[in-house]
Design a protein around this ligand. Structure first.
Ligand SMILES: CC(C)(COP(=O)(O)OP(=O)(O)OC[C@H]1O[C@@H](n2cnc3c(N)ncnc32)[C@H](O)[C@@H]1OP(=O)(O)O)[C@@H](O)C(=O)NCCC(=O)NCCS
Length: 148
């Protein structure tokens, strides 16, 4: 069982653990340099979930003026379905600047686990991007309207 999970800002020291989770979670993972760049960017909101001193998940969003894009969220396979993803997503939403009206994301149409997770948190499918991924798979655009 997991102990108390805490959410905090990601730091340089977390990147190897984040990258490990990324590679375990996606067929086409982001490269390490992408995470370095996101960590250094002032428009990123980059959080990790920590359990017993170990990073077990992360979420990163890019904040634009009135909307934000959830670039990635992943939980270590051994820690899934215990609410860690929910904690991360709720923390991202809470920490977005007040003027942000929408949180958008893209998700592979076959990723039913993630789609169900997002729908549970109020996201709706608002569009589809044909052949969004390298392997030719389409992506849904999902959107959460934020109310202040
Ligand atoms: C999506 C993800 C971040 C959810 O994290 P999590 O910690 O497991 O999520 P939570 O425990 O907070 O929420 C679980 C809910 O998500 C949905 N869900 C998660 N995994 C699921 C699965 N395998 N099948 C169906 N629904 C699933 C369900 O609604 C579930 O609720 P339930 O357990 O009451 O049925 C995690 O599955 C993950 O890392 N997936 C791989 C990376 C990924 O696809 N990220 C999204 C890319 S757009």
């Amino acid at each position: 069982m997991s102990g108390a999970t805490t959410i905090r800002r990601a730091a340089l020291n977390d990147l190897l653990a984040i990258y490990d989770i990324e590679r375990k979670s996606f067929n086409h993972p982001y490269g390490f340099v992408v995470f370095l760049t996101l960590l250094a960017s002032p428009s990123s909101l980059f959080l990790v979930a920590e359990d017993s001193g170990r990073v077990v998940g992360y979420a990163v969003a890019r904040v634009e003026e009135r909307n934000a894009l959830l670039l990635s969220i992943a939980v270590h396979p051994q820690h899934r379905r215990r609410g860690v993803g929910a904690l991360l997503l709720r923390s991202i939403i809470r920490q977005l600047p007040e003027e942000v009206e929408y949180l958008d994301l893209q998700v592979a149409v076959s990723n039913s686990a993630a789609i169900s997770f997002y729908e549970k948190h109020g996201f709706e499918k608002v569009g589809k991007i044909p052949r969004y991924y390298k392997d030719g798979e389409d992506a849904y655009i999902m959107r959460l309207a934020l109310t202040s």
